[in-house]
Design a protein around this ligand. Structure first.
Ligand SMILES: N[C@@H](CCC(=O)N[C@@H](CS)C(=O)NCC(=O)O)C(=O)O
Length: 337
């Protein structure tokens, strides 16, 4: 648990979530003390509903009374919470570009086609029904779809490995940016590869192996060892708490972020006439978009949307989402009948 003068950090996730891996690796490497509130891999998630969160994706992280959606924003918030030694503009650029590449919705969808065809989860009708709701189509993850998409997935994933093997890791560097330990750039580059290489048999016959990409495979192992070692430190181990405990800690905590303002010169704010305090809806644009959060608009900047929402217990909290991949719109006045 956090000491009395640092706001509590709570991660809602489930083991095996590759996006959550981005966050747990960052927490471990930055030695940030946190609690985890473990979630089921499918809906319902009453712990998040208690918090008033309708967003249906994982991970979600709170720092104090601020709740952050999407691993990209979460990683940025953790970097601000525990800054690393300053990076050069080139290093920051590489980190950003790696993030853009690996967190593209398309690449993730492609990578999931590399899971073994007989992966138990991918053949579980309950899981497939849940993901049909998420992705908006019942055949998106069917065995036939995955078998047909596999060749193209191999090409897309090999491109990432080949890039790393021949550029950042090409001269025998230990870490992507030549740093002493793993940096944010390593986290951005490695998480998807950790996921696809973790499924036994998933890569058989794909040419994605230690022989073709020795440097990348050694680096994936090194990264795993570094995270494991970091987790052995006292601050690296999370305490596991219930949804009620998590909600109580959050609503009692101070806000981590200053309130901020709505930038009324923002093109979306102008087009939609958005004003501070207005009732708005917030949702991701790629998938899971039918799960919309609703609340008062608190701030809008080039990087972030913040709304104030209400928990099941009636307390107010602030929900933050990145601009990239999220949409904000006014709640239309209901016609009274
Ligand atoms: N862009 C999001 C993607 C998150 C995402 O798709 N997470 C997966 C789990 S790895 C998910 O939420 N799947 C559906 C679910 O768990 O309900 C992020 O970076 O956090």
């Amino acid at each position: 648990m956090a000491s009395s003068n640092t706001p509590p950090v709570i991660l809602y996730h489930y083991p095996g979530s590759p996006y959550a891996d981005r966050v747990t690796s960052t927490l471990a490497l930055k030695q940030i003390q946190y609690s985890q509130c473990l979630q089921p891999p499918i809906l319902p998630r009453p712990d998040l509903a208690t918090l008033g969160v309708r967003y249906r994706r994982i991970p979600v992280l709170s720092i104090g009374r601020d709740i952050y959606l999407d691993s990209r924003l979460i990683v940025d918030k953790l970097s601000a919470f525990r800054p690393s030694s300053p990076a050069t503009p080139e290093q920051r650029a590489i980190e950003r570009l790696l993030r853009t590449w690996t967190t593209s919705t398309e690449l993730f969808a492609t990578a999931s086609m590399l899971l073994p065809l007989d992966n138990p989860m991918m053949n579980d009708p309950v899981f497939l029904r849940d993901r049909a709701d998420l992705l908006g189509g019942k055949d998106r993850l069917s065995r036939e779809t995955r078998a047909a998409a596999r060749p193209q997935a191999i090409i897309a994933m090999r491109a990432l490995l080949e890039f790393l093997e021949t550029t950042l890791l090409g001269e025998g560097r230990t870490w992507a940016l030549g740093s002493e330990g793993p940096s944010a750039a390593d986290v951005e580059a490695v998480w998807l590869l950790r996921w696809v290489t973790a499924s036994p048999g998933g890569l058989d016959g794909t040419g994605i192996d230690q022989t073709s990409f020795p440097k990348v495979f050694a680096w994936i192992d090194r990264f795993g060892d570094a995270v494991k070692a970091a987790r052995k430190c006292p601050s690296g181990k999370p305490s596991t708490i219930s949804g009620e405990q998590a909600a109580a800690m959050i609503v009692e905590a101070p806000y981590n972020d200053a309130e901020g303002e709505v930038d009324e010169s923002d093109p979306v704010a102008q087009a939609l006439g958005l004003r501070k305090g207005q009732l708005v809806q917030l949702c991701p644009t790629d998938y899971g978009s039918t799960h919309k959060d609703e609340g008062k608009l608190i701030s809008l900047s080039s990087g972030e949307i913040t709304i104030e929402t209400v928990t099941a217990g009636g307390a107010t909290v602030r929900l933050h989402a990145p601009r990239q991949g999220f949409r904000v719109a006014p709640v239309k006045a209901q016609t009274k009948i």
